[in-house]
Design a binder for this molecule. Structure first.
Ligand SMILES: OC[C@H]1O[C@](O)(CO)[C@@H](O)[C@@H]1O
Length: 454
């Protein structure tokens, strides 16, 4: 495989899959609930200075306060203020949760534990869809208060849960808390024998401390490979077109002839498929690797987009008026949509967070994650804004547009993404060094690797 192949670092840090690491990851991943419930902005300086855990707590708190203000809003200003706080909450959570999970997880299970973040996102979407459906039926027109105010629940779950967490050893070392970092690592790994891993983390943190300004640093040539992925992975995730289904599924289903219950049906079907397929990703990502999932998911989405293109073109043409749609046709489109969503949910959905969170060295990890979050949010917003205009102008061509994007991103992954499965996070340099495209960014000196002096 071009540039693929598995790489092993030769490390085998002892340690168990402890109940502590599982509990910690479940609580931290619940930060995805608030993103599933809503969308927002980003915060890197805070993650580095305050630590991942504190940033997560701020995220939950802002989100909960924003939700309360929205729920009790008496005017538009209150709605705007609440909305801004939700945005901060999500920005803080998206900034800190993926890297926290990747740092805290034993490297062999990093994929599965990190994907619990995306799993929480899918739960958030499912709950919000269901709630919207029921609150819309509440007499008296105050149901929206319940929908908006209901966001306080995931916000508080996440905020309060964070009290039970410790910061990641990497983040503690970043702030010179050596003793605490070691004790926490021993607790998380369930063994006192963490010397090798701890030394590697300490080395990474020493290297990180030499970097005064991560924002300037990330622009230097030696981080070019990582920077490219920090930007392109979230961009490509949004260019799959998935959010067209998340945001507009009810409209699409209605136009396929699913009468009055279209909204509930679509919300239920697409959200449940999204959730279940994310579980598949959890079960397979550390076994088959990131590249396999990316490529399989891409192919699956492409086939479905082609089925949708042909179906919509043959029934709607360019007039947009389908007449009476036969049942088999509606069923075919629904099945294609579901298979497409499953393809996304075990590839670009979770990997869009996992891969960026594990490929950056500590010194630029927070800055790079901010870029990833910002690109993700900006393009989520753009797709939501331009979707209807594109649909009106391109008609079935919209599906061709996303299909072409999927082909492009799959080729990119095939040629350029190194496999990161089974490599400890602070040892990740090795995958770049061994990759035919990226090795030139690394030069060998005195049997250690010095980065980017060419
Ligand atoms: O599960 C679908 C959701 O996942 C995301 O791609 C984030 O990873 C969102 O943009 C989308 O709404």
């Amino acid at each position: 495989m071009a540039g693929g192949g598995g790489v092993t670092s030769g490390k085998s840090y002892p340690g168990k899959f402890t109940s502590k690491v599982l509990f910690t990851c479940i609580v931290a991943a619940s930060g995805g609930l608030i993103f599933g419930y809503d969308l927002g902005i980003s915060a890197s300086r805070i993650t580095r200075g305050l630590g991942r855990r504190m940033t997560m707590m701020f995220g939950g708190l802002f989100f909960a306060i924003g939700a309360v203000i929205n729920g009790f809003a008496e005017n538009v200003l209150m709605l705007i203020i609440g909305r801004v706080l939700l945005g901060f909450g999500i920005g803080f959570a998206n900034q800190s949760v993926p890297i926290y999970l990747s740092e805290i997880a034993p490297f062999k299970y990093r994929g599965a534990l990190n994907i619990m973040f995306q799993l929480s996102i899918t739960i958030g979407i499912l709950v919000a869809h269901l709630l919207n459906y029921f609150t819309a039926k509440i007499e008296g027109g105050w149901g929206w208060r319940l929908s908006l105010g209901g966001a306080v629940v995931p916000g508080l779950v996440f905020f309060l849960g964070c009290f039970f967490l410790t910061d990641s050893p990497n983040s503690l070392l970043e702030r010179d808390k050596f003793k605490e970092a070691k004790v926490q690592l021993q607790k998380i790994r369930g063994t006192d024998n963490v010397e090798e891993e701890f030394n590697d983390l300490a080395k990474a943190s020493e290297a990180a401390k030499l970097v005064q300004n991560p924002w300037k640093e990330i622009l230097t040539r030696k981080y070019r490979p990582q920077l490219i992925f920090a930007i392109l992975i979230p961009l490509f995730q949004q260019l799959t077109g998935m959010n067209v289904f998340v945001f507009y599924a009810p409209v699409l289903f209605k136009s396929m002839g699913f009468g009055n219950n279209a909204s509930l049906m679509s919300a239920l079907i697409t959200s449940i498929v999204n959730f279940c397929a994310t579980l598949v990703s959890i079960a397979t990502v550390d076994k088959y690797g990131r590249r396999t999932l990316f490529l399989e998911g891409g192919l699956q989405m492409l086939l479905c987009q082609l089925v949708m293109t042909v179906s919509v073109a043959s029934k709607f043409g360019t007039s947009g008026n389908p007449g009476e749609l036969p049942l088999w046709f509606s069923m075919l489109v629904v099945i294609a949509m579901c298979v497409y969503i499953a393809g996304f949910a075990w590839s670009w959905g979770p990997l869009g967070w996992l891969v960026p969170s594990e490929i950056f060295p500590l010194e630029i990890r927070s800055a790079a994650q901010s870029i990833t979050v910002a690109v993700n949010m900006i393009f989520t917003f753009c797709i939501a804004q331009v979707f209807t205009t594109m649909l009106c102008n391109l008609k079935f061509g919209l599906f061709i547009f996303f299909a072409v994007c999927v082909v492009g991103m799959s080729i990119f992954i095939y040629k350029f993404l190194p496999e990161t499965k089974g490599v400890p996070i602070e040892e990740m340099t090795i995958v770049w060094k061994n990759h035919p495209r990226w090795s030139k960014y690394f030069v060998e000196k005195d049997s250690s690797f010095e980065m980017g002096k060419i």
